[in-house]
Design a protein around this ligand. Structure first.
Ligand SMILES: Cc1cc2nc3c(=O)[nH]c(=O)nc-3n(C[C@H](O)[C@H](O)[C@H](O)COP(=O)(O)OP(=O)(O)OC[C@H]3O[C@@H](n4cnc5c(N)ncnc54)[C@H](O)[C@@H]3O)c2cc1C
Length: 433
């Protein structure tokens, strides 16, 4: 390829496409290289697209985008081995546009649609094209080496949107090999069920969706969580577990998801469903504490590759990915006007991130992964203790209620040190603020 581009983008996920969409709309000549057969074909995520940024780029996008359902109901469950307590939230206000900017989507359909929007606006998207390395001159990135004939491609600036498995960012010396303690292995199945059964089983009207998150003993007592999100006529069912936990306990992710699906509370929701797909992907949960260098001469990192994922209850990766794409594009447009693509010039990207919700949220929740790892009781001892306590409280017997309460408190204190429990609960306050 002999043509020189204003910008080369590696990866057609939400961050890469958002960058391209903004650049082509400003008249720049942009190419995206995507290793998948089509954008999205290699991609998976839990399933909730957070869309404040997308709604700014393509107002009322939900009228044409392949969204499955908008989320009106959220449920957070604590599981013990065979029981559950849950906090269920249902907001009618989320039934109205912009639907709380939360939609379930399937990446194979959504990424393809979003990439087509960028293509229609003028971006060149080349699929089945793996970028193997950067072309560098005197430390400055000049282009990329693509695994194809005449694969040296040049550009003023390269945006690396390759996702969590950031081999190229490592090659460029921007990131170290990921620490298995902060990389989560996400495993997900798509399970089909008729739309009416999903509506009835999850108490939803047509178009409404829900997100169920499961904590405690969702993974048989090890650190991690499970989820079920409703699509139109399928469910996204999955688990996330730190790679270090899998390795140290010699656990296989497929065994963990099977165990999760066997839990009585989960099994009842999936009954009669047929597995259509199985996929696995890494989630970078290190966040703010392990942020890589985000720019160098001629190069910007965006999205998961830059570690931009909120690891708290929100798990907001897609919105941050798109926001970083928008900020990268604004920075490139400014740099082009000055004719300066040096690290110093591109650093206004970092400034934009810092002034936005992206860095503010990453900073606020920066200790969440570490707190979770330091509190193994959250995944076995406490859920068991709390659920037993509540079960005892609601058990009908011929003991007086006072006698019953004293007995269940005694049993709880035998199992769980009250002081340790209170201190640990205090440490988790950051998850909810
Ligand atoms: C299990 C799981 C559950 C999640 N749940 C949610 C959720 O519910 N909500 C949410 O908002 N976020 C969620 N996330 C996070 C979210 O998926 C990411 O934050 C988001 O996809 C990041 O977008 P991205 O464009 O940076 O990277 P990606 O979406 O990973 O896209 C990277 C693209 O680059 C391509 N690529 C990679 N290397 C090369 C190469 N060398 N050459 C060419 N192309 C390349 C890939 O094929 C891919 O298309 C989840 C993630 C996982 C793994």
């Amino acid at each position: 390829m002999t043509e020189k581009f204003d910008c080369i983008i590696i990866g057609a996920g939400p961050s890469g496409v958002a960058t391209a969409y903004n650049l082509v709309n400003a008249g720049l000549n942009v190419v995206i290289f995507e290793r998948g057969e089509t954008p999205g074909s290699k991609n998976m995520f839990g399933g909730i697209l957070y869309s404040t940024i997308l709604n700014r780029l393509i107002p009322e996008f939900w009228k044409e985008a392949p969204v499955e359902r908008h989320i009106t109901r959220k449920r957070y469950s604590l599981l013990s081995k065979d029981s559950e307590i849950a906090f269920d939230l249902n907001f009618n206000a989320f039934n109205k546009p912009p639907y709380n900017n939360s939609f379930t989507v399937l990446r194979a359909k959504f990424d393809k649609w979003f990439a087509k929007k960028a293509e229609d606006a003028g971006a060149l998207i080349i699929t089945e094209a793996v970028v193997d390395d950067f072309i560098t001159d005197d430390g400055k990135i000049q282009g990329v080496k693509v695994r194809m004939e005449e694969g040296a491609v040049y550009g003023d600036v390269v945006v690396c949107a390759e996702g969590a498995n950031s081999l190229l960012a490592e090659k460029a010396g921007m990131k170290k090999k990921p620490d298995p303690g902060i990389m989560i292995m996400g495993v997900k199945e798509i399970i089909s069920l008729p739309e009416e059964i999903i509506n009835d089983r999850f108490c939803l009207e047509d178009g409404q969706g829900c997100a169920f998150e499961f904590f405690g003993e969702a993974l048989g007592g090890v650190t991690g969580s499970g989820f079920i999100y409703t699509n139109k006529d399928t469910l996204s069912v999955g688990i996330g577990c730190p790679i270090a936990v899998l390795r140290n306990n010699r656990l296989k992710p497929n065994e963990l998801i099977e165990g999760f699906k066997r839990h009585p509370s989960v099994h009842n929701l999936l009954r009669g469903g047929k597995i259509e797909e199985f996929s696995a992907h890494m989630i970078p949960e290190g966040g703010y504490n392990v942020m890589p260098e985000l720019t160098k001469d001629g190069l910007i990192l965006v999205g998961d590759c830059a570690g931009l994922l909120n690891p708290s209850l929100y798990k907001e990766g897609t919105n941050m990915a798109m926001a970083s794409g928008v900020f990268a594009a604004e920075t490139i447009i400014e740099a082009r006007e000055k004719g300066d693509f040096s690290k110093a010039a591109l650093n206004s990207y970092v400034k934009r991130l810092k002034e936005s919700f992206v860095f503010k949220d990453l900073k606020r929740y920066k200790d969440v992964p570490e707190i979770l790892h330091s509190l193994p009781g959250l995944f076995k001892e406490y859920p068991e203790g709390i659920i037993e306590l509540l079960q005892g409280y609601f058990t009908i017997s011929e003991k007086s209620k006072d006698e019953n309460r004293k007995e269940i408190m005694r049993t709880f204190k035998d199992k769980v040190s009250l002081w340790k429990f209170l201190i640990d609960m205090y440490k988790t306050r950051r998850f909810f603020r």
